[in-house]
Design a protein around this ligand. Structure first.
Ligand code: ADP
Length: 479
């Protein structure tokens, strides 16, 4: 128990004793000594002493008792001889006791109602404390008891900053200066609890001055925001990690897609180079075939260069160069570029192209990339298929929502995909191949979408898959 609480407890026990002794002394003096004065007036002191510690009924009873004692003394001393002065003295004393009792009762009611109002502050969950200009705690509500662990008796009388080991965002001086200037201050504080743990509070201070303008009391309302702060910190951290991951993923995706798209022409160059050497190393070199291989090497080399240029444009967010394209021609060109690759996989290509296909607007290299991606995927999916490994390429016109669309489909007789695969095919980094990157389909899809089209994957009834590219036909001006 703090010295202050101890003093408070001792005082409440001492007062009734003191009042009792005083009352007895007055009674004895009034009854036994023939003093010609209104000694009984001193009962007022007894009533006033007890007014603080008694209930309303108690005060009334003490007032009544003092009047009875005064009357007894009067009757004892004066017997039946009622001298007018003595009667007057007794009347003055009794009136004084009555006035003191009534005043004490009024005072009592006023302080009871104040206490009731103060008790309302105990209903709030906020920690509320009132301190004086010296920072000494005068009031400490139940919310403060719950938040900090000290009872009101333990906290009252201590200095706030010392008890709570207050940590300020800037400095205590800055907060106090603002409080004195504006009459209020709010901010976040760090406080210590009784058990030593730290708590972060949103704190609001309000200042009350006396008539002379001097600081009288400061009311401080504190809300525990430790958990909210911790959650906010975690959120901030997660967000910054996410930003970092997204940046890395974008960078990683770009790098991976460059590698992926450049790999194909490079592989084609190597295959064609090897073929060229074989044609030349024959006992009778076949210069015609060798030349054809070299031309394919050059075409693939150019394509690799174009792919890099396109990707650089893409990373600079430049849109591709769009031109009118005949998809039938584009399909044939693309197949020519991977002829060797298809042959190596022993794939037989069948073409079913609709003649006089409407033109589409697009970037030649990008659309070639898509057809090549799909054809190579098909060839790889047929690796374990018994021959003939057939790849059917079809083109046709369909009615779309916004007018005619051109559809190019690639049907293979490969392994196909399961339900799980079908839902994830187009996601970046989804791959079932040991050395796959899982980017071909996701890049193809974004390329087709930037052309205003879409790409579909369906399972064939028999076996294998069909991938279809659907692009809007160029609207020809009416003749
Ligand atoms: P990668 O070829 O590097 O794996 P893709 O994005 O091109 O990346 O393909 C993703 C996955 O989709 C492949 O690993 C494969 O499992 C599946 N897939 C793509 N095309 C076919 C196809 N024609 N037949 C069966 N599965 C396919």
């Amino acid at each position: 128990m703090t010295p202050l609480a101890l003093a408070h407890g001792a005082r409440s026990a001492l007062i009734p004793l003191l009042a009792g002794l005083l009352g007895l002394a007055i009674f004895l003096v009034d009854t036994l000594t023939p003093l010609d004065m209104a000694v009984a007036v001193l009962y007022v002191a007894v009533v006033m002493l007890l007014a603080d510690v008694l209930t309303t009924r108690g005060i009334l009873a003490v007032g009544g008792l003092c009047i009875v004692l005064t009357s007894i003394s009067f009757l004892t001393v004066h017997n039946v001889r009622f001298e007018p002065e003595a009667v007057a003295r007794a009347c003055v004393a009794i009136s004084a006791i009555i006035v003191a009792t009534l005043l004490s009762l009024r005072n009592r009611r006023a302080s009871d109602s104040l206490r009731d109002q103060a008790a309302l502050l105990d209903l709030t969950h906020d920690a509320i404390l009132v301190r004086d200009a010296d920072d000494t705690i005068l009031y400490w509500n139940r919310g403060a008891e719950e938040l900090y662990g000290w009872t009101a008796a333990e906290a009252i009388g201590h200095r706030t900053a010392e008890l709570l080991r207050t940590g300020f965002p800037l400095s205590p001086e800055a907060a106090i200066a603002e409080l004195e200037r504006d009459g209020r201050w709010e901010g976040e504080l760090r406080h210590a609890r009784k058990d030593g743990s730290r708590v972060i509070v949103a704190s609001r201070w309000a200042l009350r001055r006396d008539a002379q303008g001097r600081v009288q009391t400061i009311m401080e309302t504190n809300n525990d925001i430790t958990a909210r702060k911790a959650a906010q910190d975690r959120l901030d951290k997660a967000q910054s990690e996410l930003t970092h991951v997204t940046r890395m993923a974008t960078l990683g995706q770009l790098t991976a897609s460059i590698a992926h798209e450049v790999n194909q022409p490079l592989a084609a160059i190597v295959t064609n180079g090897e073929a060229c050497l074989r044609w030349l190393r024959r006992p009778e070199p076949d210069v015609g075939e060798a030349l054809a291989s070299v031309e394919r090497m050059i075409a693939n080399g150019r394509r690799a260069g174009d792919v890099v240029a396109r990707l650089r444009a893409l990373s600079r967010r430049q849109s591709g160069r769009h031109e009118r394209l005949d998809l039938n021609a584009l399909v044939t060109e693309s197949l020519a570029l991977i002829e060797r690759e298809l042959a190596r996989h022993k794939v037989t290509v069948t073409l079913d192209l609709t003649e006089r296909l409407p033109a589409v607007a697009g970037d030649r290299v990008q659309l070639q990339q898509v057809v090549i991606n799909l054809a190579i995927n098909a060839a790889q999916a047929m690796e374990d298929t018994p021959r003939p490994r057939r790849l059917l390429l079809r083109s046709g016109i369909e009615a779309g929502l916004d007018g005619p669309v051109v559809r190019v489909s690639l049907t293979d007789s490969g392994s196909g995909v399961d339900d799980e695969g079908l839902t994830h095919l187009f996601e970046p980094f989804y791959t079932s191949k040991p050395d796959g990157m899982g980017l071909g389909l996701s890049i193809s899809r974004s390329l087709i979408e930037t052309h205003g089209g879409r790409i579909d994957a369906t399972r064939n009834a028999e076996r294998g898959m069909t991938f279809a590219i659907i692009l809007p036909a160029v609207k020809e001006p009416r003749a």
